[in-house]
Design a binder for this molecule. Structure first.
Ligand code: F6P
Length: 319
């Protein structure tokens, strides 16, 4: 394979640039050229391409966001859109494609694979909700951003002896909230994978108060609903007032951590090795610190669950 394409798609994640850089430089080592596709599948449909060289990706390893830009393309969900994308890719001389993104992006990748166009997926999403890999690129950075925010909120929570409800991103997944809650010392962590027990939340608030603790941090995954609703429900049950902070998109930005840069470098390089050696329809991932590859079909059929041990530990250590 002499020419490969690369795109970033869906929500951006810190470390995407490090992955693009790894793709470009590994491809160069293996004698292949790389075409960058702007704005994910939308750029594939519009034919928005740019040649990427070693120097194009210089000075990007530490940058958040994605130099290729990203989008969620409605048109790519249609047969006509996909056919146009393929036509453009082939006309440009692309023989295979590396898709850096989350599960929505992989669904698109699987369609291309089934049409006989070689693809490899690289998991990148702050949600860390992709089965088949312990970590997705961007999760560690988002986690550190969330924990830093919780630290700051904790200062003011302590000074004012207040309850804070902090809403963390993650779409339908509680991976980010659980990790942020454990690392941030939250008293309760509410995630969509486990039932919400308001009696237990109130019980924890009361126990904390009895032992002289006058501030509380409750972390809520956006997937369980609104943190404002949680605040209202607590007020209904206890008459205790709380403040709500929605961390929002700050979790998607910022310089990637060393962990994410190393992960992105390893996954990006491996994706090129697979594609160049004629493999398609796989996602590269990391399990127990080893780089693995998994069928995209299997990835998309699965659901990543919460680590029960970590969930219980977070609850045990909270009081
Ligand atoms: O998938 C990443 C993510 O940040 C989710 O955590 C969040 O629900 C969603 O994207 C937000 O998407 P948008 O930036 O399109 O509002």
């Amino acid at each position: 394979m002499k020419t490969i394409g690369v795109l970033t798609s869906g929500g951006d994640a810190p470390g995407m640039n490090a992955a693009i850089r790894a793709v470009v430089r590994k491809a160069q080592k293996l004698g292949a050229e790389v075409i960058g596709v702007a704005r994910g599948y939308a750029g594939l449909i519009q034919g928005d391409f740019r040649r990427l060289t070693s120097s194009t990706v210089a000075d990007t390893i530490h940058r958040g966001g994605t130099i290729l830009l990203t989008a969620r393309s409605e048109e790519f969900l249609t047969e006509a859109g996909r056919a146009r994308a393929l036509e453009n890719a082939r006309r440009e001389g692309m023989e295979g494609l590396i898709v850096i993104g989350g599960d929505g992006s992989f669904r698109g990748a699987l369609h291309l694979h089934k049409k006989g166009f070689p693809v490899i997926g690289v998991p990148a999403t702050i949600d860390n909700d992709i089965p088949g890999t312990d970590y997705a690129i961007g999760f560690d950075t988002a986690l550190n951003t969330a924990v830093e925010a919780i630290n700051k909120i904790r200062d003011t929570a302590t000074s004012h002896e207040r309850i804070f409800i902090i809403e963390v991103m993650g779409r339908g997944s509680g991976q980010l909230a659980l990790a942020a809650g454990l690392a941030g010392g939250a008293e309760s962590i509410l995630i969509p994978e486990r039932p919400i027990d308001y009696d237990e939340i109130v019980n924890r608030l009361e126990k904390g108060r009895k032992r002289g603790k006058l501030h509380s941090i409750i972390v809520v995954a956006e997937g369980v609903g609104s943190a404002l609703e949680v605040s209202k429900e607590i007020a209904r049950r206890t008459a205790l007032e709380s403040r709500v902070t929605i961390l929002g998109h700050i979790q998607r930005g910022g310089n990637p951590t060393a962990f994410d840069r190393i992960l992105a470098s390893r996954l990006g390089a491996r994706a090129v090795e697979l594609l160049v050696s004629g493999i398609s329809g796989k996602m590269v991932g990391i399990r127990e610190n080893r780089i693995v590859d998994v069928d995209l079909e299997e990835v998309l059929a699965g659901k990543k669950d919460i680590d029960q041990e970590v969930y219980e530990l977070a609850n045990d250590l909270a009081l």
